[in-house]
Design a protein around this ligand. Structure first.
Ligand code: UFG
Length: 344
């Protein structure tokens, strides 16, 4: 018997697909909503290859109010995990309205459903970007929210406020999960990240560079006040991240939440420099990576890593997988997909 019926928006995206696989493995009935705006429908085959089951897929634009209303009317869901959003920081600076329109409208459309079905738990993809450069490390959930560096970051901050106000007013069950840096892929190499065009994020650039699809990695900044001068992040394996969503969802389904909107950091608690990530990649894969130093990238913070105490104590969840394992899985995925089909 199904443990519950869960809607995963952005379910064919990077984190969404990994979460769908873990939900299916635990016996949930899963519906994916994805309009393929930044992924491909072949991801469904990958999910099926891992799970032995093919979830229902709705090709619907959640930012379209009438399409969303039509898709959700008469439907029962025990939970919604909302991943569908635009996420490119640089593009959001060039096209702010595209980000506000898509990321906020989709959220409002889903909350309209939850408001009329308040037993449905709601999990939101937030980001450590809400902390900006935190004054204290590691970063706890109590750290102040800093002015957003980009419209993308602002959609996460505003999104959390919209959820909190609505959840308080209407007695909803919601959790915002603030991700640090998700990396890696499913160990089967059947699903992983599908960056379109030149990867902006570190790990997909590393794997494409090592595969000969890109030139040498440019390390953005060598004079940060860190152990080796390169910036520090908290890199978390995407499968660990996916599992945290299910634990959070089950907390809501069990009515165990202590506030209408709860917030949790999802990271490993360990900071790694860019040079340490490169070393982990070379160690885990036996590949050699060519790189050179370049100027700092605008908007980058010096260091960010999570205090994971709250997730451990309250959710009973801790990241299990190492940086080396994430690099090995990212490389296996890169070898499985080869060259990207489309260039931006
Ligand atoms: N980096 C390089 N070279 C590259 C790419 C990245 O040196 O080619 C460095 C960055 O400068 C940074 C680190 O690698 O120090 C990680 O960069 P990513 O782009 O992979 O990740 P970010 O920490 O910049 O991005 C994350 C999330 C975003 C979020 C952002 C906010 O992926 O969603 O934090 O700071 F918006």
């Amino acid at each position: 018997m199904s443990k519950g019926r869960i809607l995963v928006t952005g379910g064919l995206g990077y984190i969404g697909a990994h979460t769908a696989v873990e939900l299916l493995a635990k016996g949930y009935d899963v519906v994916l909503a994805d309009n393929l705006s930044n992924t491909r429908k072949e991801v469904l085959e990958g999910i099926e290859a891992v799970s032995g089951q093919r979830p229902t897929w709705w090709n619907v634009d959640i930012a379209d109010p009438s399409a969303t209303r039509a898709a959700l009317s008469e439907q029962h869901f025990d939970g919604i995990i909302h991943f569908a959003a635009y996420k490119a920081v640089g593009e959001s600076v060039a096209e702010p309205l595209k980000y506000y329109q898509n990321n906020l409208t989709s959220l409002v459309n889903l909350l309209a459903y939850v408001q009329s079905h308040p037993s449905c738990g709601f999990i939101f993809s937030s980001s450590c970007t809400v902390y900006g450069q935190a004054d204290d490390l590691p970063i706890t959930e109590a750290a102040p929210i800093k002015p957003a560096e980009s419209p993308y970051g602002n959609t996460k901050q505003i999104g959390e406020e919209v959820i909190k106000e609505t959840a308080q007013a209407k007695g909803l069950k919601t959790i915002a999960l603030r991700y640090f840096n998700p990396i890696g892929a499913h160990h089967s190499a059947s699903i992983g990240e599908l960056p379109l065009g030149v990867p902006q994020n570190l790990v997909p650039f590393i794997t494409q560079s090592a595969a000969g699809l890109r030139g040498p990695l440019q390390i953005f900044g060598q004079d940060y006040p860190t152990a080796d001068g390169t910036a520090v992040r908290d890199y978390i394996h995407v499968v660990d991240l996916a599992l945290a969503h299910i634990v959070a969802l089950e907390r809501l389904m069990d009515n165990a939440q202590e506030a209408p909107m709860e917030v949790f950091n999802l990271g490993t608690g360990k900071g790694s420099t860019v040079l340490e990530v490169i070393q982990a990649f070379e160690r885990a894969t036996g590949q050699k990576l060519a790189w050179s130093y370049a100027p700092r990238r605008a908007g980058d913070v010096v260091a960010a890593y999570a205090d994971t105490t709250r997730a451990t104590q309250v959710l009973g969840w801790t990241a299990q997988k190492s940086l080396d394992e994430a690099m090995r899985d990212a490389w296996a995925w890169q070898l499985a997909i080869g060259a990207p089909e489309k260039e931006a």
